[in-house]
Design a protein around this ligand. Structure first.
Ligand SMILES: Cc1ncc(COP(=O)(O)O)c(C=O)c1O
Ligand SMILES: Nc1c(O)cccc1C(=O)C[C@H](N)C(=O)O
Length: 406
């Protein structure tokens, strides 16, 4: 196993690894699916559970300002995705936020009926948009084209262009600014799913003029399994959108217990019910690791890690075929390869301490999270990969048996 690599010598993020609790015997290349536990989070959670909840009880809503956690955490995420304060709220799951945002966007384009997306989108986004079109029963259509055909498919029929910036399987990255501009020129609104972008590289929602965005709290933001997600509404829409879920936490005065619904001003109207204080507190604490980090440094190191991985795998594991873009400019922070027995290969890798994941039918996927992964880890992972392939260690029944969650 490599313990040092020359490219790690001047890494401005090297010290960050100590801020995470990583098992010693694991090279973790799956932070794009579930981020790593920041080392200070357990103590913070102990404090929240034992003192905030345990001692303050119901008084905690005021004493610890639990009620504003969605905005406070939202504002911290806003900084990472190039959004102004007061435009992001941390709430619900990404799936639910897709529903809320697409519905609100359709409502702003009542004369148009087409939602355009691509076949590289994460299925939940497509399921939700298709389901919403059915539910509305007003003739809406979800149109799905190949990722490379999106630009040409933008027409003046579009109400909403709904895209995930980084393809979860291949790591291919859409040009957010160019596609947003194109959609706006056609009179459409745009929603970006930043699940594989937020915390992975600099995102500039305001600079791209995006209308809406959603994203996950448990991937590169390290908020823990099932962490709350976030949503963004551009300043020009945030006081006009009509939320589809008119819950009391999106009301202008929830504690007036008024019988009539009046939306809160700003992005708060997209909140629905009581915030999950424990999970939001974990996400809030986890975001501390970004406080003194330059997202430009994260991107620089991410590119370097991905380039090294691609170069070494292609040189040493010729049976693997690269599916990610070779050009870093159109790639996120993950690298995928195709291998016929990809599932068994990934299980063998995991059994040997290298954790990535598998996406059907034949893709092995490796996420590179610069806050806690080094170039030495990349070399260590490639070495295991090379041995497992050379010795056909994947070719065992135990590695071929599918698990419930892959
Ligand atoms: C791009 C993308 N969008 C949405 C989701 C789903 O989010 P959730 O299951 O947290 O609602 C995921 C991953 O699960 C994803 O990768
Ligand atoms: N959310 C997940 C889960 O609950 C279990 C296993 C994986 C996930 C994921 O996040 C998958 C992920 N969005 C992906 O990019 O494939």
């Amino acid at each position: 196993m490599h313990t040092t690599h020359p490219l790690d010598a001047n890494d401005p993020l090297a010290a960050k690894r100590a801020a995470f609790s990583l098992p010693d015997d694991v090279i973790y290349l799956d932070g794009n699916s579930l981020g790593v536990l920041p080392a200070h989070v357990p103590a913070r959670m102990q404090e929240v559970v034992a003192n905030e909840w345990g001692q303050s009880l119901i008084r905690g809503w005021n004493e610890h300002n639990w009620i504003d956690l969605p905005q406070r955490v939202g504002n911290r995420i806003a900084r990472l995705v190039g959004a102004a304060p007061g435009t992001v709220v941390a709430c619900d799951s990404t799936t639910i936020n897709v529903f809320k945002v697409v519905s609100a966007a359709l409502n702003l384009r009542p004369d148009r009926k087409v939602i355009l997306s691509d076949s590289g989108n994460f299925p939940t986004d497509l399921y939700v948009a298709g389901g919403l079109a059915e539910l509305l029963d007003q003739g809406h259509e979800l149109r799905v084209v190949a990722p490379e055909d999106v630009e040409a498919a933008v027409t003046d029929e579009l109400a909403v262009l709904m895209l995930t910036q980084v393809d979860y399987k291949t790591g291919r990255r859409h040009d957010m600014k160019a596609l947003t501009e194109k959609a706006h020129a056609a009179g459409a609104l745009v929603m970006w799913d930043l699940a594989h972008s937020a915390g992975a590289f600099p995102v500039d929602l305001a600079g791209a003029n995006a209308d809406f965005a959603v994203g996950c709290g448990y991937k590169y933001l390290n908020g823990g399994p099932g962490a709350p997600a976030f949503l963004y509404v551009a300043p020009e829409h945030k006081n006009h959108v009509r939320p589809p879920m008119t819950g009391w936490m999106g009301h202008e005065a929830p504690f007036a217990f008024d019988l009539d619904y009046k939306p809160a001003s700003g992005v708060d109207r997209m909140r629905v019910g009581t915030p999950p204080v424990l999970s939001l507190s974990a996400l809030d604490a986890a975001l501390d690791v970004f406080d003194d980090v330059d997202m430009g440094d994260i991107r620089k190191k991410s590119v370097s890690l991905c380039e090294l991985f691609i170069k070494e795998v292609e040189a040493r594991c010729p049976d693997l075929k690269l599916v990610s873009p070779r050009n870093e400019a159109v790639r996120g922070s993950q690298v995928s390869f195709r291998f016929k027995e990809g599932y068994a290969l990934m299980q063998a890798l995991i059994a040997n301490g290298v954790i990535g994941d598998f996406r059907a039918p034949d893709t092995v996927r490796f996420g590179f999270t610069p806050l806690y992964i080094s170039h030495a880890d990349v070399m260590g992972a490639v070495e295991k990969l090379e041995t497992i392939l050379a010795d056909r260690l994947w070719d065992r029944d135990e590695f071929k048996k599918r698990q419930k969650v892959t």
